[in-house]
Structures are given as structure tokens and as C-alpha cells.
Design a protein around this ligand. Structure first.
Ligand code: CO
Length: 202
């Protein structure tokens, strides 16, 4: 297994359209395990292949609560539907068959670290995808898992969460990144500490 480099906005590769996976071979399995390692290392809950520079319709997802620091903000517990789905989840050539209702969530992205904005998504989705062996499967998801899947599916079309928010907010984030870059890992830790302290106060 190997940790891969996660591309960050404004890298133009993130805007590429991902192609369907056609070869379910050993190379694909290696990419999947490398992506899982990369996602866990970065404390992420989802990662699309394009975020590591591979324009393939492949997502890895794990929204299970991991530790106190990575608790599921706004979702204390997994829903009954989420509990039925085995994670980590590997979705190849995924499709949203049907979406129901709507919900909002403060989304972040490993490719736009340290920025969060409220994005509107379907509350529940019927999904169709293939597994790492090419076997097709279907399932229904809600809760954080459904939000995460929709966020990751966007990456396959070159879309980022900042494309879903107001022009004003999106421009503010883009300009901040272009002007100051991203916070260093140390600065991020400080921010996180502050945020945790604030949440505990509330
Ligand atoms: Co993302």
C-alpha cells in the first residue's frame, strides 16, 4: 500500500471528467487500497480517484465514527440504513438512481482543506454501482453516508462543493486560497482545537 498525493484546488485536474472503469484487474485493487490508506491518513470520510490524479469513476467512502476528534458533526449516530451498509464502501461507476427529499450539511473537502460551507443535497438516495470485481450492486443510503456519496459523485463530473454555494461565498474562498494558500498542518491543528473548544462550549 502507498499513500498518494491529494490534489488541491485550484489544480485543474480536479475539473476533469472521470471515465468509467472498464478493467477490474489487480491494478484497480491496488489503487483502491492506496486510496483507502490515503483517505484514512487524511482523516477523510470519502475520496474520489480524480483527487489523487486518476480520472476514473471510483470512490472510496467510510463515514463510520472513528474517534473523538473525527466524530460525525451534526450526526451523533448512524442511521439504521447506514448501519446496514458495510464500510469502507468502494463504489465503481456509481449512479444515483433516485433521490428523495433534501437536507443541508456543512461540507468540507480534502481537496479544499480547512474550508466549510453549507450545501444542499438529497436526503436519501437509491444507488447503483459496481464493486472492485465488477459485480453490480444496489443500495439505499441516507444520513451522512448519502451526503458523502453525493459530494464524491460530484468529483466525477469535475464539480467541487464550492460550486454549490453562492457566487459571493465561493469567490471569497477562491480569493483567500489564491492570496494566502492553505493553512499549514500546524495551523490546521490550531483551528481544529479552537473549533472543538467552541463546540464543547455550545
Ligand atoms: Co471532496
Amino acid at each position: 500500500m502507498a499513500k498518494l498525493e491529494i490534489l488541491t484546488y485550484p489544480n485543474p485536474v480536479l475539473r476533469e471528467i472521470s471515465a468509467p472503469v472498464t478493467k477490474f484487474d489487480a491494478q484497480l485493487k491496488t489503487l483502491v487500497s492506496d486510496m483507502l490508506e490515503t483517505m484514512y491518513e487524511a482523516n477523510g470520510i470519502g475520496l474520489a480517484a480524480i483527487q489523487v490524479g486518476r480520472p476514473l469513476q471510483l470512490l472510496v467512502i467510510d463515514t463510520r465514527p472513528r474517534d473523538e476528534e473525527n466524530r460525525r458533526y451534526a450526526y451523533d449516530e448512524m442511521t439504521d440504513l447506514e448501519k446496514q451498509i458495510e464500510q469502507p464502501l468502494v463504489l465503481i461507476n456509481p449512479q444515483i438512481v433516485k433521490g428523495y427529499g433534501s437536507t443541508t450539511f456543512d461540507e468540507g473537502c480534502l481537496s479544499i482543506p480547512s474550508f466549510y460551507e453549507t450545501v444542499k443535497r438529497f436526503e436519501k438516495i437509491d444507488m447503483k454501482a459496481q464493486d472492485v470485481n465488477g459485480q453490480e450492486f444496489t443500495f439505499t443510503a441516507d444520513g451522512l453516508l448519502a451526503i458523502c456519496i453525493q459530494h464524491e459523485m460530484d468529483h466525477l463530473a469535475g464539480t467541487l462543493f464550492i460550486d454549490h454555494i453562492s457566487f459571493l461565498k465561493s469567490n471569497k474562498i477562491k480569493n483567500t486560497i489564491k492570496k494566502n494558500g492553505y493553512p499549514t498542518p500546524e495551523e490546521l491543528k490550531e483551528q481544529k482545537k479552537k473549533k472543538t473548544a467552541e463546540t464543547q462550549k455550545a
